[in-house]
Write a protein that binds this ligand. Structure first.
Ligand SMILES: [Zn+2]
Length: 453
């Protein structure tokens, strides 16, 4: 009897020992990995862990201090595809990509658990002008036009507007949304149309020199064949003899194709495209914690696809790369890096935790940049109906991108010296029946930005 009791006692002892060992291993695991587990949660999982809709996640504001996002409030449709929400429905957006800052992981403590994260997150301040983005989005949506409207400060690269339509509300049923409503089109490449001729003008000045380019003439008869492969380049604008200013002004494809054949070497062109951030690259480009798809301008020889790439068809460009390139033209060849997060602070706004430090890279010689803007200004003054544009527009270049199905996208690239703002916009499948022109969209953009200045 006594022996059986002793045996049982040993058994109990062993069981208690096992229990302790399991508990200890669990505690060690929690101590070692608890913070990593919390960090691995997405914003919505964290919200559930933190057990409350508010208090533990910071808010997002625009450049005027208007609230764009807070956990308790649905995001406005004009910024939803960019700012996103706690739901991981949109992955490349502010709330998902900056969720570590919004939550403040670094202050997680094992002993206090979720309570240690109460109020630790940061509030984020974007460079975006929310009211301008709202006005531009409303204008496009009011006319049922799909497209993108991008603008940035030409000195700093601060992104002021990244409107994209069709837009969607965060509360809408995903299954009923039109295609592309959850993608911000400014983060994906698009066909540049003749806005690309501004880039090509810079390439021509670099390789031909300003004198040879100014002297180069070409008689356009509406079509020409490329020497390399005998394919036709067609031109539907004003015909007759063109020089660089008139060719830029009326967007003559034949002139530009001839100038590309005459002056542009493959190696030097690819070097310049890479330097300007327009050459193809595999990886997505960083937009702080977010990313955007790079430009893919290919120029391999003097045959159809390569020549057309420099005329704005075939290849695609990133709207952000076009802003960066155009900004450099007006800033002595210095291209600003686009950015969206201006600052982050503690939740009570007493402690600054991050402030963006704008940076620029030299992509063009100052003389080249100056020569391009001089030609552009002449072309705009002589060949554009400037009455269609707000006085805030200093120069603009229109573009038309063929969509292959007979439809066209209308593009506009431009600069406002008064505001020091560059803009790039594309209205998809545009017809005169849309009821809104690229010029009117640019005017809406710049007048709204001016109102906040
Ligand atoms: Zn022509």
């Amino acid at each position: 009897m006594i022996r059986r009791l002793q045996c049982k006692r040993w058994l109990y002892f062993a069981m208690v020992l096992c229990l302790f060992a399991v508990l200890l291993a669990g505690l060690i695991h929690l101590a070692a990995n608890g913070a990593a587990h919390v960090r691995a949660m997405d914003a919505r999982q964290f919200q559930a862990f933190a057990d409350g809709p508010q208090g533990n996640i910071g808010s997002v504001y625009d450049s005027r201090g208007d609230l764009l996002f807070s956990p308790g409030q649905p995001v406005d449709r004009s910024v939803y595809s960019l700012v996103g929400s706690l739901s991981p429905m949109i992955s490349n957006c502010v709330v998902q990509c900056f969720h570590g800052d919004l939550i403040g992981w670094q202050d997680y403590s094992l002993w206090q658990g979720s309570a240690s994260l109460e109020g630790t997150g940061s509030d984020l301040f974007l460079t975006l002008d929310g009211r301008t983005q709202q006005a531009v989005t409303a204008l496009l949506e009011g006319h049922k036009v799909s497209g993108l409207v991008a603008a940035c400060d030409a000195s700093t690269g601060a992104l002021l507007c990244l409107a994209s339509t069709p837009a969607a509300g965060s509360e809408e049923d995903v299954t009923t949304l039109p295609d592309g409503a959850l993608l911000n089109k400014n983060l994906y490449p698009t066909t540049a149309g003749s806005t690309m001729k501004i880039v090509t003008t810079a390439l021509l000045i670099e390789q031909a020199g300003p004198e040879a380019l100014a002297a180069f003439r070409c008689a356009c008869t509406g079509s020409d064949t490329l020497a390399a492969d005998g394919t036709a380049i067609v031109c539907s604008t004003r015909q007759g003899e063109q020089d660089i200013v008139s060719a830029l002004g009326v967007s003559c494809n034949v002139y530009f194709a001839n100038a590309v054949e005459e002056f542009l070497a493959v190696d030097a062109t690819n070097e310049a495209l890479a330097r300007c951030g327009l050459a193809p690259q595999q990886e997505r480009k960083d937009l702080q914690m977010m990313t955007y798809s790079p430009s893919q301008v290919t120029f391999t020889d003097h045959t159809f696809a390569s020549v057309w790439s420099l005329l704005g068809q075939v290849s695609t460009v990133s709207p952000l790369d076009m802003l960066r390139f155009t900004a450099a033209l007006f800033h002595e060849g210095q291209a600003p890096t686009p950015y969206l997060l201006a600052a982050a602070s503690s939740r009570d706004h007493t402690q600054l935790r991050f402030q963006a430090d704008p940076d620029r890279q030299a992509i063009l010689a100052p003389e080249t940049a100056q020569q391009v803007t001089a030609l552009w200004a002449q072309a705009y003054a002589a060949y554009y109906d400037t009455d269609l544009y707000t006085p805030y527009v200093t120069v603009a270049k229109t573009g038309t991108a063929q969509q292959g199905d007979g439809q066209v996208n209308k593009l506009l690239l431009g600069y406002s010296q008064d505001l020091d703002v560059v803009f790039f916009l594309s209205l998809e499948n545009w017809t005169a029946q849309c009821g809104v022109t690229p010029q009117e969209v640019a005017n809406c953009l710049l007048e709204n930005l001016a109102a906040s200045d």
